[in-house]
Design a protein around this ligand. Structure first.
Ligand SMILES: [Zn+2]
Length: 142
């Protein structure tokens, strides 16, 4: 999360690359009716730059939970691992949907740590996903 100025053209490029979706929980702007925030993958507070290769989209809650973190413990092993990098890594290599598509299940140490740190199964979001499934709007295509 930051209040760093992002030039309009750069924001637009990131928005298109990220398909108007949060890189972590995959929620889309259309479903929540609000624009995504531009996430500094390496936070500004840790020297991350406002450059295309350090930027992706995140919803405001994922961005808030991520804050200035770059690592988190894997809840299975307590090992400290990097958070998921939505620009460099494939979501499906680290996460999967539960069979009812309401929850995100970490598939790797990075995935498990990110699910917990960013609270990707926030109770209200899980309830929203239930409604989106009924409406045929979820899960998103990757
Ligand atoms: Zn999100």
């Amino acid at each position: 999360m930051s209040s760093v100025f992002i030039p309009k053209a750069l924001r637009q490029r990131i928005t298109e690359q990220a398909h108007r979706s949060c890189g972590y929980c995959l929620t889309t702007e259309l479903l929540i009716g609000a624009p995504m925030e531009v996430d500094h993958i390496i936070p500004v507070a840790r020297g991350g730059r406002t450059e295309e290769n350090n930027l992706w989209l995140a919803c405001s809650l994922c961005n808030q939970h991520k804050s200035a973190r770059v690592v988190a413990p894997d809840p299975l092993t307590d090992e400290i691992v990097p958070l998921f990098n939505p620009r460099q890594q494939q979501w499906s290599d680290h996460f999967a949907w539960s069979t009812d598509f309401e929850r995100i299940i970490g598939q790797s140490a990075i995935g498990r740590a990110t699910v917990l740190a960013l609270q990707l199964n926030r109770p209200l979001l899980v309830r929203s996903r239930r409604v989106w499934v009924m409406a045929g709007l979820h899960p998103p295509k990757e």
